[in-house]
Write a protein that binds this ligand. Structure first.
Ligand SMILES: C[S@@+](CC[C@H](N)C(=O)[O-])C[C@H]1O[C@@H](n2cnc3c(N)ncnc32)[C@H](O)[C@@H]1O
Length: 301
């Protein structure tokens, strides 16, 4: 089995678009993985997951999709996303966590005379500063060309580490944060991840995301649904992901349950309404590598 450390060897942090120095920390299993949450089997699954992140070419598993465009984001995220993106000013900032190839951002920056997939989403001549974040570097030639045209201070690709490994000073604050099958679907520490996202939002800013294979807010799961992200209360009873999110302070949460999709999916809008956000803690019980991984969490009393 390849170690976590060796699987990320050679990844570089693309730091030119950040204002402060980024120091690449070793992503060893102990880097941010509390030992009490790391029985051997979870470690093995995390190592398998690292292999997926590091996979290239024909080795990339079929389900690990990294090239969704802006029109896919428009379909998968809450309805207000495109309007909000279209209203951003040139000094506003959009962070896409788990951006893969960064195709959605490229579509957003596509020139107006391109056969623009962005046509249905965020048609505005004024473009915000955009930040694509991916653990592994999946920049394409198209990304490099566009970044060269517009400048890396406007099209920034952050890679080489996870969201949790960036300091607040490195990233600054954002008006919009998105996550489409990114860190929210892949992280082993859901509450830490969400707390970090909310800390990076300006008050009034919105986190647009989704998560599949969950117990739906509207209760319309089908009998044969299977679950990829499960939450349990302290007594071991199912908790809906949306009920948990709504316990977070200083956010307004709206969930749109998609029971008719192949996998029961919650489409989530979280608006930060004051600065003192606090996310109820959950601990990891199980993690199974995949695209996205299977995860089971328990609310801490
Ligand atoms: C399946 S790809 C999705 C890419 C893109 N959003 C799309 O829909 O095509 C998952 C992405 O999430 C990233 N990712 C997973 N966990 C992350 C974390 N904790 N912090 C930052 N990126 C993460 C991976 O590196 C990868 O870029």
């Amino acid at each position: 089995m390849r170690s976590v450390k060796s699987s990320v060897k050679g990844w570089k942090t693309a730091g030119t678009c950040l204002t402060v120095l980024i120091i690449l920390r070793a992503l060893g299993p102990g880097a941010a993985w509390p030992q009490e949450l790391a029985p051997p089997r979870i470690d093995e699954e995390i190592a398998k997951q690292e292999k997926i992140y590091g996979s290239r070419g024909a080795d990339v598993p079929g389900g690990y999709v990294t090239g969704r465009g802006l029109s896919d984001y428009a379909e998968l995220l809450p309805t207000g996303f495109c309007d909000a993106l279209g209203k951003l000013g040139s000094s506003d900032r959009w962070l896409d966590i788990g951006a893969g190839d960064g195709q959605a951002i490229l579509d957003y920056y596509a020139l107006e005379d391109d056969a623009a997939p962005a046509e249905k989403c965020a048609r505005s001549l004024i473009k915000a500063r955009v930040f694509a974040m991916s653990i592994e570097d999946r920049r394409t030639d198209q990304w490099r060309q566009q970044a060269a045209i517009f400048g890396e201070d406007r099209l920034c690709y952050l890679t080489g580490k996870r969201l949790r490994d960036y300091s607040p000073q490195e990233l600054g604050k954002f008006q919009i944060i998105t996550d489409v099958y990114g860190g929210f679907s892949y992280t082993e520490d859901l509450s830490q991840f969400l707390a970090k996202v909310l800390s990076l939002l300006e008050t009034g800013g919105v986190f647009y995301t989704m998560v599949q294979g969950v117990h739906l807010e509207d209760g319309k799961n089908k009998p044969d649904d299977w679950y990829q992200t499960e939450l349990l209360d302290a007594a071991g009873r199912d908790v809906k992901v949306c009920s948990w999110l709504k316990k977070t302070t200083c956010v307004q949460v709206t969930c749109d349950s998609k029971s008719e999709w192949d996998s029961p999916t919650e489409v989530i809008n979280m608006r930060k309404v004051c600065s003192d956000t606090a996310v109820p803690r959950v601990k990891l019980l199980e993690y199974q590598a995949g695209n996205p991984p299977g995860r089971r969490f328990q609310l801490e009393p």
